[in-house]
Each structure stands twice: as C-alpha cells, then as structure tokens.
Design a protein. Structure first.
Length: 275
C-alpha cells in the first residue's frame, strides 16, 4: 500500500488523518521563492513553523511527522539560515525532513551534512536542473527517499499542466534513476476517487505501474480551509482513505495489460487538457 501524506499544521486534523490511516503528517515550512515561481497559480503555499512541528509531534502517536524545509539558503535579515531552520525542526520532533527546489549536488550534500542522520531525508526533485544532475546527486549515500514534485517540475519545463511529466515519459525516466539506487520513491498528489482533472484512480494506477511507495493527499482531498466542522472532516478522511485503499487492492490484482491501458488513457486525458 502507498504511504499517504497529508499537509496540515492543525493538531486535531492531524489526529483525524492519522486515525483514518494516513501514514505521514506533512508540516510545510517552505515559502522562500515559492510565491515568485507559483504566483497566480491555484497552488498550496503554506508557511508553517517549527512550533507547528512540535504541536503535531505531540498530537500524533503512529504517523510519522514529515517536514518540508526551505531550499538551502543563507541567513538574511528576513529569515534564518538553513542550518538553524533544520536544527529547529529536528529539535521539534521531525521524523523525516524534505529538501525542496534544489538544483545542484552541492545543495543536496549541504542539506544531508546538516541533517547528519538525525532524521530520515527525502529529496524533492522538482527542477529541470536537478534532473540534469540526477546521477551525481544520487551518489550521496545519505539519501533515504526521493520524491518527484510534479507542479514545479512541469513549470520548470515550461509545461501548462502538472501531470504532463507523467504523461510524456519524464517521470518514467526519473524513476529509472531512482531504481538504480534502490531508493523508495513517490510522486505528485491525489484527490479522493473520481475527482481531479486527471481522476485520482488513474494516478493511483500509475503509481502501481511505476512501483511508487508514497503519494500526497492533495488540498482537494479535504480542503480544511472550507470546512470548519471536525466531524465532517473526519467523515471525509475515513471515507476517502477507505476508498483509496480499496482501489489499491484492485490495482494489486491487475496485470500489465490493465496498466498499459491506463497509461494510454492518462496520456489522452493530459493531451486534451493541455490542448
């Protein structure tokens, strides 16, 4: 089964997600440069804090606490440097730390040096430059997991729709590099079944075709900005996760013909969307 991840800094929502079967609660500290590259897009731009990490760590019992920090950066008068930031989230109880929007081996090496095996690490591949340097980057044996960020990756390649890298074979090629290093990997996000411009069941089948191990439950899976009743949120999570798990069981029973057909459908839908 895929590890399911959900972004929140609300301890009560985190507990609901955990109890429904979500494996990782995702606290998102990344904000440096994000507005500039995603400005005007309907994307999630959080600004969580190390205090949120501690609150989530104290709330959940089984789920891992995953923290996305900012890209490697130096201290300025506007924000602390990467070393201080990473040390704070480790002290706050992060189990897993994700590095976003890197482009070079040097950035990755610096990140892994700072973490120093005090938490598990995930590299978020989401720039064309990181893909160009992927073989060199993956030589570092301190990397624990890898993930492909489809939204920024598609922007990096000048594409219009976030799932274009999945449809055009880029994700397949990147995953081949991951497989060569025997690293656990995942990509993108999903809504609840039957929802999304590219329906979630089509994406889940692609995860199984590609051997993925994890996926993010997107904002549209449960947009807590639009729901202020925790009982409703609990129902959304319980029903939604159950449906995903049931569909995963169906995927586990399928053969290559099913996945080849699904891949063709994905390409067709993405081509229609991008025009």
């Amino acid at each position: 089964m895929l590890k399911l991840m959900y972004i929140t800094n609300d301890p009560e929502v985190a507990v609901i997600a955990e109890e429904s079967g979500v494996d990782r609660i995702f606290v998102d500290l990344e904000y440096i440069g994000k507005q500039q590259r995603q400005g005007g897009m309907d994307t999630v731009q959080n600004h969580h804090t190390a205090a949120d990490v501690k609150n989530i760590r104290n709330a959940v019992k089984k789920a891992e606490v995953l923290v996305r920090v900012n890209p490697i950066h130096s201290k300025t008068d506007k924000f602390m440097g990467s070393e201080t930031e990473i040390n704070r989230v480790i002290d706050a109880g992060a189990d897993v730390i994700m590095l976003p929007y890197f482009k070079t081996k040097e950035e990755v090496d610096r990140f892994l040096e700072i973490v120093d095996e005090r938490a598990r690490t995930i590299l978020l591949f989401e720039t064309a430059e990181a893909i160009d340097n992927i073989d060199e980057i993956l030589k570092n044996d301190k990397i624990d997991e890898v993930f492909i960020g489809l939204n920024d990756l598609s922007l990096s390649y000048g594409q219009k729709f976030m799932f274009e890298p999945l449809a055009d074979g880029k994700v397949d090629a990147i995953i081949d590099s991951f497989k060569g290093k025997s690293l656990p990997y995942g990509f993108g996000g999903i809504a609840s079944l039957g929802r999304g411009m590219l329906p979630s069941e089509k994406i889940i089948a692609e995860h199984y075709r590609l051997g993925s191990t994890c996926v993010i439950l997107s904002r549209s899976f449960c947009n807590t900005n639009n729901i202020d009743d925790y009982a409703v949120i609990k129902t959304v999570f319980n029903d939604g996760v159950k449906q995903i798990r049931e569909y995963e069981k169906r995927c586990q029973e399928q053969n290559g013909e099913f996945f080849d057909k699904n891949r063709r459908v994905v390409r067709s839908i993405v081509n229609d969307i991008r025009g």
